[in-house]
Design a protein around this ligand. Structure first.
Ligand code: ZN
Length: 415
């Protein structure tokens, strides 16, 4: 987290433009060590490129340290996710979280909790954002993640009303969430593991509600709601899974293998609006939605340009949300050829092509290919949808995807 208010500091202030290197001392002064290290590891171009490359991580397209910080933080999270430093127990934990039969927002919540990056009072005081590190619910103890979700006397009502295994288990005082998870993973069945996280999610939401001035609800009712929530989600998933394997003629979306995720992207130029829209979606081998984005970009002149920018942004998005083994598919053959080619690209958009190649090199495994439009419908619909939300990027980390339900359904038919 950033020390002090550096929201308006430009990244150029952190770069020695003569030597093309980071100003290490300044970076160290503004960021905590691990983040500063990560920033300083970002390679800077040695080419004499103009400073007009579009920053893709905020709506104003201006590169600020604040937005760079968010990107770096996501990359750090990604590093934790795929890090080889994690032992067997840790890998087991990430797999178990990823396999939760719950909406992706709860998987991400679980992953954040176990990485200790939730905005608990302790984390916020460590980052000098607030001064009081005690728990706002019990007022007695420091609010670590494991305290907020498990140890706090105020949330014990929830666990007391929960399933017997969680209710009876009076062991507390685990050092952190990972330790607690290790113990829980040994004791719980998969269904119970889902329920634990649904309840933890409700607890965290309730805690946030109180922190932001709301009233503490009857906590015991949350247990019931969490159970219903988890059950409803499972029923909806089962319903999807038993859909007919109807053969669809023409081009169809193909799921990736279990080891990879598929990223589809597309772009649409909005005539008369001086903008283009782009959409991207990451899905797994079952066709389940992992992450989606629908956003708009500045005026472009050709569809190739729009598709290229969309491709770059889609890959960055997929990396940001933690995917490192990707099959990347778009329906513009010029773009796919440009980024797949080993030859240097001297076109007007060579910079973007190089950016994309650079991003591809950072992935653990990648395959890029061109598909016909029929197999790229969801991304196309998401790109079109951006017309409705020009001022804001839309993200969905869940399996419900309101703007593209029909297109998604169409793809599911071919599974
Ligand atoms: Zn407490």
């Amino acid at each position: 987290m950033v020390h002090g208010d550096v929201g308006e500091l430009m990244v150029a202030d952190l770069i020695n433009s003569n030597l093309h290197i980071w100003r290490n001392e300044e970076v160290m002064a503004y960021f905590h060590k691990e983040e500063a290290d990560a920033i300083c590891q970002i390679p800077l171009s040695r080419r004499d490129v103009n400073d007009d490359i579009i920053w893709l991580h905020n709506s104003k397209r201006l590169f600020t340290v604040k937005s760079a910080y968010h990107v770096v933080r996501k990359l750090l999270i990604d590093g934790n996710w795929v890090g080889t430093s994690g032992g067997c127990a840790e890998r087991k934990l990430w797999t178990a979280i990823w396999k939760l039969k719950l909406p992706n927002k709860i998987k991400f919540f679980g992953w954040r909790a176990c990485n200790d990056i939730l905005s608990t009072a302790m984390n916020l005081t460590r980052r000098k954002i607030i001064k009081e590190s005690n728990c706002l619910l019990c007022m007695r103890e420091l609010e670590s993640t494991v305290h907020a979700l498990w140890d706090c006397v105020a949330v014990q009502d929830i666990w007391t009303g929960s399933i017997r295994k969680l209710q009876k288990w009076s062991v507390h005082g685990q050092a952190d969430m990972k330790q607690l998870m290790e113990a829980l993973l040994e004791r719980l069945t998969l269904d119970e593991w889902d329920l634990f996280w649904a309840q933890a999610w409700f607890i965290w939401n309730q805690r946030n509600c109180v922190v932001h001035g709301g009233k503490l609800k009857e906590l015991s009712s949350l247990t019931k709601r969490a159970k219903e929530f988890a059950d409803e989600f499972k029923q909806a998933q089962d319903h999807l899974a038993v859909q007919n394997r109807q053969q669809v003629s023409g081009d169809v979306w193909q799921p990736p293998s279990t080891a990879e995720y598929k990223l589809n992207f597309d772009a649409v130029i909005f005539s008369g609006l001086d903008r283009f829209g782009f959409g991207a979606i990451v899905r797994n081998e079952k066709g389940q939605v992992m992450a989606t984005i629908s956003a708009s970009g500045p005026r472009v002149n050709t569809s190739d340009e729009a598709e290229l920018l969309a491709c770059c942004r889609a890959i960055e998005f997929a990396i940001d949300v933690g995917f490192s083994r990707l099959i990347i598919k778009g329906d513009n053959s010029n773009v796919i050829q440009a980024i797949s080619s080993p030859l240097q690209n001297f076109s007007l958009f060579g910079n973007v092509v190089n950016d994309i190649r650079y991003l591809l090199c950072g992935l653990r495994w990648v395959r890029v290919g061109c598909i016909r439009r029929g197999a790229n419908k969801v991304a196309h619909v998401l790109a079109q949808y951006a017309r409705n939300t020009l001022d804001e990027d839309m993200y969905w980390m869940e399996d419900s995807l309101p703007p593209a339900l029909e297109a998604l359904y169409h793809d599911c038919l071919s599974l």
